[in-house]
Design a protein around this ligand. Sequence first.
Ligand SMILES: Cc1ncc(COP(=O)(O)O)c(C=O)c1O
Length: 382
Amino acid sequence: MPEPIYLDHNATTPVDRRVLEKMLPYFCEIYGNAASIDHLHGTRAKDAVNSARESIAKGLGCRKESEVVFTSGATESNNLALIGAYRRFRDKGNHIISTAIEHPAVLDTLNYLQSEGAEITLLPVDCNGVVDLEALEKPIKKETILMSVMFANNEIGTIQPIKEIGALAKSKGIIFHTDAAQAIGHEKIDVYDMNIDLLSFSAHKFYGPKGVGGLFVRSYSPLIKLSPISFGGGHEKGMRSGTLNVPGIVGMVEALTLATRKMKDENSRLRESASLIFQRLQQTFPDIKLNGHPHNRLAHNLSLTIPGVEAKALIYCLKNKLSFSTGSACSTIKVEPSHVLKAIGLSDDETFQTIRLGLGRSTGDAHTIVDILNCGIDNIKS
Ligand SMILES: Cc1ncc(COP(=O)(O)O)c(C=O)c1O
């Protein structure tokens, strides 16, 4: 039996073979600790990390390489950004503004920060999942120290007006953090042009390895220093202790370089496929609804509500042919309705009738995908 078609690229992507090739020497040949700079094995590793940092910094529009802090992924980066900024600046104020549709790596961290005395305001979004700039400005007060708004949503694909949000935060002297786990490698990002102070990312969302990522920490206008949230050897300018994952870092850079090079063409191809899938499904089942912003959305994401069809039942029915998920892959173990879909106004029933298709490099003929989905939906409906 052929492998099912993989349609869960918002959850994770396969490692590109070219990325793997770049990583391989760093396991058994160039295996030194990048912090052991007194000998050749260490300096070779350190050189690879330096060049990776330089390349990522350039790709994100940083002013200095040292603005890139390597971590184990976006979850850790979000924790470091939010907890680190709160602890560092809490003498100025304790108020943080964010949105109701953030990933749990942000929401759960904010929830935790309440136990350290933080006051959290979570803003609603409109029916397309967009946060309103005026609504964002209203709760700002003198105690507001931090604003965290995700770049692109992992469930519905909506992209936020990041540059404008950053400009608002800047004009009020508030630090602006964005969780760009879904956007980096898929959307053009320039941290200075977009007024971003802190930006989180994970390599495995753009065909790099799992367990590696980073955090951009602005060092110019203003200079931001974060309190560490874990303690050890004082690596990464004291912000993130721990031996660096050199093969992972080398792989992440190669993955980002490849993704950036092909971004425009790949996005047009995926946008075309996504639109074909939605339109053809709608021809057969006119009540199918697309969630998220109709245009300002990730090209590779389709969040679809199919009335009368339980998402779990459809996934099960098609599991030998397609691999896709309900709502967010990160919360599929929970049986509660998705907080993102609820925030854009779906009923509990509708949230359980919603599937997420995450297209990617290996996604071939869109018509084949539609034929399989049509067949499954038909089966469940009849
Ligand atoms: C928007 C967003 N933030 C954070 C994360 C967490 O990333 P990781 O699991 O790589 O730490 C994810 C992963 O799904 C995500 O989509």
